[in-house]
Design a protein around this ligand. Structure first.
Ligand code: KG4
Ligand code: ZN
Length: 355
């Protein structure tokens, strides 16, 4: 496979139908993302069956648009790549089936890409290569994990959330405050007008050396702060009040305090992991982050400051490649092709990540 391979990437793991053409693993020729947020907003979360149906309607138009934007013909492609894990099975199957059909009919190689690994590659798109070994942090709606990353295709898990993912905590905080869905970008914007010291919220760090995360306590603390202590337990619990009694500035203060707590935890875990890599004799040369929450303004600032303090390069994805997209899939597929990691037509969709 040449260094200037042209790859079509497809992605349909959750509620974005995406197609992209990437040349040489880094040059994004086109990136189409058809979001379904409007279809799921009234349910306050992604409804898997609705997502699958919408992917079916949108996948072929997305592919055609990606080819047209890049001015590339199907015959020009060197391979077809698809995010085949992790995600909602019914949703993943749409892009996997489309990619198999294209690979088979065109006689081009098929590459199955892990979505979580692809998030850690997004920072290399339209940018310099990442310096390895790197400390990688994936912060998305489904994952919060730390990795020692030794190449685009090789990484070892160092720690992960034992309950909620960070993006999930953002979305739930937005739901508690009745701000809308998906909550991350709304909380990010509102937090900029709030006082981050105004509401006392917990930072759950687990054991002294732990590289795992836990965000369910933080989410529950936000819930009790906004709605008061519940009467009763579980689904039958009732609350004395709801977010309607809060002013805009009260809500801004809650979001700012929540965001500060999230950033404090992420930075502490990154520091621990950097120290762990130094101790193991393989110090990180850079910090790479990816996933929807890497679009967060406070996360970007705090991780950049950490890099400056430690004299390490920090690699943040361009904003367009933080949330789900197919450019990261086509980009990483280039490196998988270089090491011969291709799939055949038995490629399956899987709910869980490989790492
Ligand atoms: O990576 P992604 O698009 O999908 C998954 O792989 O899960 O991440 C989506 C998550 C959602 O929870 C969304 O609320 C969050 O990323 N998100 C943000 C921001 N933009 C998206 N969270 C905080 N601040 C943002 N600016
Ligand atoms: Zn994602």
């Amino acid at each position: 496979m040449s260094d200037s391979s042209v790859i079509l990437g497809l992605e349909s793991s959750c509620d974005e139908t995406a197609a992209s053409i990437v040349r040489g693993g880094r040059e994004v020729l086109s990136s189409v993302v058809a979001s379904q947020h409007d279809l799921h907003a009234k349910f306050g979360g992604v409804v898997p069956e609705i997502a699958s149906r919408a992917h079916i309607e949108r996948v072929l138009p997305a592919i055609n648009e990606a080819l047209a934007d890049a001015d590339v013909a199907l015959d020009d492609l060197n391979a077809i790549a698809v995010g085949n894990r992790p995600g909602l099975i019914g949703a993943l199957l749409v892009a996997v089936s489309a990619a198999k059909a294209l690979s088979w009919s065109l006689g081009k190689p098929l590459v199955g890409v892990d979505h979580v690994r692809a998030h850690l590659y997004a920072a290399a798109l339209d940018a310099e290569s990442i310096e390895y070994p790197a400390l990688g942090l994936v912060v998305s709606g489904g994952h919060t994990s730390l990795y020692k990353v030794t190449s685009p295709t090789e990484m070892t898990l160092l720690g992960r959330t034992i309950d909620d993912a960070v993006g999930e905590a953002y979305d739930k905080t937005a739901a508690i405050l009745e701000l809308g869905f998906p909550g991350g970008p709304i909380v990010d914007r509102l937090a900029q007008q709030g006082d981050a010291d105004s509401v006392k919220l917990p930072r759950t760090l687990l054991d002294r050396d732990s590289l795992d995360f836990s965000f369910s306590g933080l989410k529950t603390a936000v819930l009790y702060h906004v709605r008061g202590q519940p009467q009763g337990r579980g689904r039958s619990a009732t609350f004395a009040r709801d977010a309607s009694i809060l002013s805009e500035s009260d809500k801004a203060n809650v979001t700012a305090s929540f965001q500060r707590a999230v950033c404090d935890v992420l930075v502490t875990k990154l520091e621990r992991a950097l120290d762990r890599m130094v101790k193991s004799g393989e110090p990180a040369k850079s910090i790479v982050i990816g996933g929807g929450v890497s679009a967060n303004s406070a996360v970007r600032t705090r991780v950049t400051e950490l890099g400056e303090a430690r004299n390490l390069a920090v690699r943040l994805p361009p904003m367009a490649y933080c949330v789900d997209n197919a450019a990261m899939i086509a980009g990483l597929a280039h490196h998988q092709l270089l090491v011969g990691d291709t799939a055949d037509l038995t490629l399956e969709a899987a709910a869980t990540t490989r790492v």
